[in-house]
Design a protein around this ligand. Sequence first.
Ligand code: AMP
Ligand code: ZN
Length: 437
Amino acid sequence: MNYQYWEPQAETMPRAELEALQLRKLKEEIGFALRTPFYRKRLTQAGITGTDAITSLDDLRHIPLTTKNDLREGFPYGFLSIPLKDVVRLHASSGTTGVPTTIYFSRDDIKRWANNMARCIFGTGCTKDDVFQNMISYGLFTGGLGFHQGGEEVGMLVIPTGAGNTARQFKLMEDFGTTVLHATPSFLLHLESKMKESGVKRENLIIKRAFAGAEPYSEDTRRRIEKLLNIDVFNSYGLSEMNGPSVAFECQCKDGMHIWEDSYIAEIINPDTLEPVKDGGIGELVLTILCREATPILRYRTRDLTGFYTEPCPCGRTHRRLRRITGRSDDMLIINGVNVFPSQIEEVIMGMKEVGNNYLIVVEKDGALDRLTVKTEVNTDIFMDDARPLNTLKEKIAKALQVSISINPRVELHENGSLPVSEGKAVRVQDIRPKDV
Ligand code: AMP
Ligand code: ZN
């Protein structure tokens, strides 16, 4: 195969050189971190008061781990290391409760991110001749703008459609000769299922590739999408705390995602003991960002379970490959690509006096897409045979949840004491989506 590299030297750099670069950038990043209120305190407590405290990559283990909760507690500016006047953008993701995790970017941070994204896109074989339809949410979520910038950097024609609206997506694909798509894997499957009713014929489309990420999916699902749409699908991994997409991406070999190790230091730890996992083993991915000055984050617990491939990739890149994410070490749900913590739902419904004590969160498949149903008991003051107050309450809950988690759930109200109560620890979440779809 003819492999193409966006930055040949950086992508195929010998490991020793790559590690020396990581050390240099790590020291620089610690310098940024020491300017933030959060890390000044945290690092000083760990005995790290200057960049000289780190002399090798092994010293990384002296740096304490950072969690989503730390980011939440540092909200809004506890992790900001540059003056606000030098910040040009922010992105945010859901926290375990209503407080989001917020990331700030300087102009150079955005440039570095766009470059990394271009590296990912170009590495799949795309060129400036491509027409790229970005079918993922824009806004605070990083997927939209992240890919948008990268696509422009490569020189593709970018169509910023955003998520949803299958009929319009098909129309745009036909009108502009779209060759590359980006979406969640479930939306790609959904799209295919709607093709017939939209009246569009596959032979009138010239799509060749799709980038799919933001939620877990199996190899079987990839193959299914590839077969149904007759395209190549590339796995894309990222998280907003680490910029968003462009952390790790599949190359033309489509076998594991290269993590850009000149921009991130990746570790795999045992989520219970927090000890390192031997090379090749599965554990929780911990990331240190090396390409952002405005919001340095060191040793971030992603909660994503994965491991490294031990074999080098035939494409010649020296940056290691991550396995498909197999799950999470916390209770975060990903519903149509949107992150939801059960605690966020609990916070909303338990704050309403009309709601009883028991609730159940059900996530299932509705065709190719995910569906969230929130079942709650109502307080004894409301009569179950009076439809009006019940409908008002349903709407109130749905609206409040939409504001909090950006998902419109189905709400079911149940009589007080009628939802199943488990002995011991309550089981509040039923995720009944098939595991391999
Ligand atoms: P966000 O911060 O909203 O971008 O969400 C990031 C999370 O989405 C990650 O921590 C993963 O749990 C999940 N995610 C993103 N990309 C993938 C992928 N390709 N496979 C599995 N999970 C993914
Ligand atoms: Zn490769």
